[in-house]
Design a protein around this ligand. Structure first.
Ligand code: NAP
Length: 520
């Protein structure tokens, strides 16, 4: 039976939309985009907490082929990102392809195509793309008694408008989300207690409104905005290379970044004891650093208290530590997201010969060739894979992956094939290269990361989220990976003649070459 769709994309965030745009450009028009939420935008649809803003300059945090001259600030607020996502979806004809409120529970490679299950429904497609995000499964803290709290409990990823004026508020967590939210909470609450387990490196945020005249300039002369994008990308690249990837060679720059953050803290907080408690004891770059101009200062306000004693329990009226109890009305959980336990992959994916991706990753190390494809999983693009995240802006990752997909599908089409699968050899070599780079050069191995509690590390203590190369090198790889790293074949006419058999070796396919485009 022919599959219903050319491709199914799971996830209607920026990653999924980028993949769908690329597939459409490649001539795959029969696409289905399945999304668990009730609208598109991924992170920027789900997250609505006060203070939400991008922490990368917006000219960089956007598709290079779709610049937006209308950003109101250098670091745009969350709702502008959401509007940008809507604009892209309409302009590139993606909205009609999307189905919302559909939670995919499993996918299986069967009879030469993918079967994707969502509750009672099954969809079939020749290609499967998962773009389910890294930070999409909110983590609820395992704290005794939290369910007995009688006030309001709210996770930052499920924010609902609530009047905090005059309320006693506590927030658990001091990650990038909390850094944005805490100053906002302090503006409204009558008392705010911040429960910090691990401090975070915070740099000043060079954030300014973009005057209307500059926006007009960007609209009329896109080149001007491209120059700003280039500048922003270069600064981020320098941070990433010196802070993380080339720590061994550029340790001094990493130290300067730490100094810069310490100076920022020093300028905003005069109390040395408070400064000490807000200063990380792990190397810059072990955990994603963030930007804020008012985070540190907030702790100097009389109604804001930093609590660093461990939380023992939550009871009906507050949070208890060894230092005592804070009576509160609202408990905010800025406790982040589960990645490695629940999001790799986000649902069961079964490939060739029954290979279970989640189990295979856990038994054989987290790995994916160029952060995109996995041996044993034909016609599958896993966008949120180990070693896929490149640079600091997610759009770098997205665009590298779009390039990879373009090169891969073009090669497949030129061979008259319709099935691709990365070879085990190429995957092994890539994994070896990435592991060597992490071990020899990166802050993850050579810095002090043990106390960082960073989600860059998986449950085995290996830093397998970020690609340990420059973004320039990631782009180069996407443009020039050896095509012999893939096997190409056609359904039903593979080396062994079985429809779900391993794809035939590149250039050795026995498939007759169809005239014109292959049937996808
Ligand atoms: P996060 O960085 O994982 O931080 C979670 C915080 O909650 C940490 O401080 C963690 O402490 C704490 N925590 C978790 N469980 C706890 C428990 N049981 N008891 C006490 N504390 C607990 O999550 P996030 O702040 O939501 O940020 C996640 C990522 O989202 C960021 O790194 C960033 O990439 C992204 N983000 C991006 C933007 C943007 O503008 N683009 C904005 C916000 C967030 P430990 O560190 O000790 O575990």
């Amino acid at each position: 039976m022919a599959p219903q769709y050319d491709a199914i994309v799971v996830g209607a965030g920026f990653g999924g939309m980028g993949a769908a745009i690329e597939l459409k450009r490649l001539g795959l028009h029969d696409l289905l985009i399945l999304e668990r939420e009730d609208d598109l935008g991924g992170t920027w649809h789900v997250n609505r907490y006060p203070g939400l803003a991008v922490d990368i300059p917006s000219s960089t945090y956007s598709y290079s082929f779709e610049p937006n001259p209308h950003w109101s600030r250098l670091f745009a607020p969350g709702e502008e990102l959401k509007r940008y996502a809507e604009h892209v979806a309409v302009k590139y004809g993606l909205r009609p392809l999307m189905r919302f409120g559909v939670t995919v529970t499993g996918a299986r490679w069967r009879d030469g195509h993918w079967e994707v299950v969502a509750g009672e429904k099954t969809f079939t497609a020749r290609y499967l793309v998962t773009a389910t995000g890294f930070l999409s499964m909110p983590k609820m803290p395992d704290i005794e008694g939290i369910e007995s709290f009688q006030g309001k409990v709210i996770h930052t990823a499920a924010w609902e408008p609530c009047d905090l004026a005059g309320k006693r508020v506590a927030i658990i967590g001091t990650g990038a989300t909390a850094v944005q939210l805490i100053p906002e909470l302090a503006r409204q609450a009558s008392a705010l207690t911040v429960y910090q387990r691990t401090p975070i490196w915070v740099s000043p945020k060079p954030d300014y409104p973009i005057p209307p005249a500059v926006r007009t300039l960007f609209a009329r002369l896109p080149f001007a905005q491209r120059a700003v994008r280039w500048l922003g990308s270069s600064v981020l690249e320098l941070m990433m290379i010196s802070g993380v990837v080339r720590y061994k060679q550029l340790r001094v720059v990493n130290r300067l970044a730490e100094r810069w953050c310490r100076l920022h803290l020093h300028r905003q907080v005069r109390d040395p004891e408070l400064r000490r408690r807000l200063t990380p004891d792990y190397s810059f770059g072990c955990k994603r650093p963030t930007f804020s101009n008012d985070y540190f200062r907030t702790f100097t306000r009389p109604h804001v208290r930093l609590e660093t004693a461990s939380i023992e329990r939550v009871d009906a009226s507050g949070v208890v530590t060894a230092e005592g109890k804070a009576e509160i009305d609202v408990l905010v959980l800025a406790t982040g997201f589960d990645l490695w336990d629940t999001n790799f992959p986000a649902f069961e994916v079964i490939g060739r010969e029954g290979r279970d991706l989640g189990a295979w990753w856990r038994q054989n190390r987290f790995q994916a060739y160029e952060g995109v494809t996995v041996p044993g999983f034909p016609n599958y693009l896993s966008l949120n894979s180990p070693y896929s995240y490149s640079g600091l802006s997610y759009f770098t990752t997205i665009e590298c992956q779009m390039t990879h997909v373009r090169r891969l599908f073009t090669a497949m089409r030129s061979r008259g094939s319709s099935v691709f699968e990365v070879t085990q050899r190429a995957n092994d070599e890539f994994l070896h290269r990435m592991r060597t780079k992490v071990t020899r050069n990166s802050v993850f191995s050579l810095g002090h990361c043990a106390t960082a509690h960073s989600y860059y590390f998986n449950q085995h203590g290996e830093a397998t989220l970020l690609r340990p190369t420059s973004t320039v090198s990631a782009h180069r790889a996407a443009n020039s990976f050896p095509l012999s790293d893939y096997d190409f074949s056609s359904i039903g006419v593979t080396r062994t003649g079985r429809a779900d058999a391993p794809a035939g070796r590149q250039g050795q396919s026995t498939a007759p070459r169809p005239a014109g485009n292959p049937a996808w």
